[in-house]
Design a protein around this ligand. Structure first.
Ligand code: DGY
Length: 312
């Protein structure tokens, strides 16, 4: 295709090379050469594709490919209104995110943060029978809020640890729950019965701060809460109270609100709260696959074909 007729693709970050290799024979690519979002002088400083950004992009913008499974940063209604298609990257990050969820659960329940700290600060003394005892998964009940792709992948990974029961809650019962023998229960019942409560659902208008004071009060005092979905699911002030007053035993978060979490956030002072910087999908394999799917979404659209993973 002659250079002047080639569609223009603007890549808003540095991304794994594969995506660029797929697009470059067909498109004219320009790229923001940074790992950080595009600066305000160009398109936007916010990690958001909202009305203002779409307005600045103008009517020639036909397709957006987000290199993520989450899409709360995109104003889909505004995209629909402007007849802009949007592709995303489900599936390819499921395994990586499930793995990180398991890592966070083990780190939290087996009190690794305190253990690492004790080794570093010299408070590791003689062997003590009750020191740093956590709760293991063997014989436990695991409650999953949102048994979608990631929730199911987490359960499959946890099963060999000897979990005795999986409970789940969500909008609908899932056929796939049979794969892990999971029982569909009410939210309250899940909170009351689970030793581990995992937030694996996507964030919607209806489930904002679902994990709040009322929810934490219903959990067991020994419960461990994990969230690898979105920070907006949790009322962090209530979580701080629950963790600091012994309402629940521990929490592990890969997502917070806001992100990055300010370094003076009280949650960071707690020994029983492990916080990671939203690295659920951060494996080389997952990020390359996400780059590839994003490029294939865009290219398929440009060729008039169905996108492999289309949102709208
Ligand atoms: O939505 C996603 O893809 C992950 O949470 C990374 O942002």
């Amino acid at each position: 295709m002659a250079t002047q007729n080639r569609p223009k693709v603007y890549v808003t970050r540095r991304v794994p090379e594969i995506g660029l290799q797929i697009l470059s024979p067909h498109c004219e690519i320009s790229q923001w050469q940074s790992d950080d979002p595009v600066a305000s002088t160009r398109i936007t400083q916010k990690y958001k594709i909202d009305k203002e950004v779409l307005e600045q992009a103008g009517p020639s913008l036909r397709v957006i490919g987000t290199m993520s499974v989450g899409y709360e940063h995109i104003d889909l209604e505004e995209c629909k209104r402007r007849n802009i298609s949007v592709g995303f990257t489900p599936d390819v990050l499921t395994n990586a995110t499930a793995e990180l969820t398991v890592a966070l659960l083990l780190a939290t329940s087996r009190r690794l943060k305190e253990g690492i700290q004790a080794v570093a600060d010299g408070s590791w003394g003689t062997w003590k029978p009750s020191w740093l005892c956590g709760s293991g998964l063997d014989g436990s009940t695991v409650g999953i809020v949102g048994l979608g792709r990631i929730g199911l992948a987490v359960a499959k990974r946890l099963s060999p640890f000897g979990v005795s029961k999986f409970l789940y809650y969500g909008r609908t019962e899932k056929e796939t729950a049979k794969d892990i023998g999971a029982e569909f229960v009410s939210f309250d019942s899940l909170l009351e019965k689970s030793d581990f409560v995992l937030g694996c659902c996507s964030l919607t208008e209806d489930n904002k701060e679902l994990f709040n004071k009322t929810a934490f009060q219903k959990m067991k005092k020994t419960a461990v809460f994990i969230n690898t979905s979105r920070g907006g699911l949790v009322n962090q002030t209530d979580l701080y109270t629950a963790l600091s007053t012994g309402q629940i035993a521990a929490a592990g978060l890969d997502v917070t609100s806001p992100e990055p979490l300010p370094t003076d956030n009280p949650l960071l002072t707690l020994h029983n709260c492990v916080i990671l910087p939203h690295i659920g999908s951060a494996t080389e394999k997952a990020r390359s696959a996400m780059s590839e799917v994003t490029a294939r979404n865009i290219l398929s659209f440009l060729k008039g074909q169905d996108m492999p993973s289309k949102l709208i």
